[in-house]
Each structure stands twice: as structure tokens, then as C-alpha cells.
Design a protein. Sequence first.
Length: 234
Amino acid sequence: MARRSRVDEVVDGLFDDIIAQQLTAEQALPSEAELGERFDVSRVTVREAIKTLQARGVVRVESGRGSFVQPLARWTSLSAVLAATSASADASAAEQLIELRRIFETGAAALAAERAQDTEVDAIEADLASMREAHRADDLDAFVAADLSFHDRILSASRNPFLRVMFAPLTEVLSERRAQTSRVRVIQEHAIAEHERVLEAIRSGDADAARRAMDGHMQQTLDDLRQHVLRAGD
């Protein structure tokens, strides 16, 4: 167990360097000897750490040449990609995250409209009520928590376990992004209005209407991001 923790230490240290762009795409990693000295570990531990990063697609190992950082597009670990995305200030990364949500959540809303039980819809409505109350109280943390719960309940009501499993790695990143965007009061107001439309469509049992409502919500989220967050940072 102790040895594994040292491997994790090296993995996390190298990954942090990559995220911070101290090691960039196509750049060679330091030698095993240099890494061993830096982290005070054996070469065997360094090799295991590099194998872990290789398995995630973050680095590639070339025989006789060394180990190199892979471009983000070649990474195979969703959690690694999300970690890089959450640390990025690149506007395109924030927009791409909304694109991903759009793919997942429009389908989930349609399924929820067809499959949700009355108690589940009532719970979704309760989250919306919590969002309204948090907005009135100017309680950002409570607003974000209720917003995340609203969407999580829709995923659950879809009755598709694959959706929840695939969406789970996004949770931490979404929490950070929601806190960033929901600081803007007008974005909260827009979110409440869009959530009302999604809830109404799900309660009606109309899958197409639910899909359209969630798609409209994602478009409003994208528009708000561009107008009130990204443009404000220019």
C-alpha cells in the first residue's frame, strides 16, 4: 500500500505539471533518474507511475527515446480530460463542456418525461423551489447545490444507469463551473426560468417537449456564458 501511494505521488506530480503546462504536448518527460531524485523514489516506482499515465493516454512511451506528453485530444481518461478542462481558462473548454452536457441531458430529459414517477417529478420541483429560495436569499452555495440536484434527479428518472455512470465524472467540474456562472444574478434568473420549462415538459410526459426544453436551457446557458462570463473577462 505504501508503495502504491508513492506511485500516486509521482502520477499526481507529473499530471499537475502537465495541467499547469510546465510540461506541454510532445515535450519529453524528465529522465527516470531525474524523476526519482525529484520525488525521492526508485526507478521502479517512476516506471509504474509513467505506466499509469500511459494507460490514461496522457503520455506515450517510445522505446529508446523516452516518454512524451500526449496532446489532450489523444487522452483516453475522461477524468483526466475533465481535470484539464476545469483547470483551463480557455473559453473553448467551457463551451465544449456545455456541448457535452447538451448531448447527455437532452436525451435524459426525454427519457425522464416518459419514465419519471410522480414522486420523482415532485422532487425535481422541490429542487426548483430551493433554487428560487436560494436566489431570493442570495445564497450561491445553496443555489448551485439545488441546480446540480435538479439535473441529477432527471438523470435518475431517465432509468438509464449508463447515463448516470457516464455523467458522474462531470459532477465536480460542473459544480465549479456552476459556482462561476451563478455568481451573476441575471444568470440565476435565466436558469430558474429554463428549469421551469424543463420541469413542465417532464411533468407533461411529452418526451419531445422535454428534449426541446432542455436543449433551450443548454442554449441559454451557452449564451449567458458568452455574454456575462467570457465577455466580462475580456
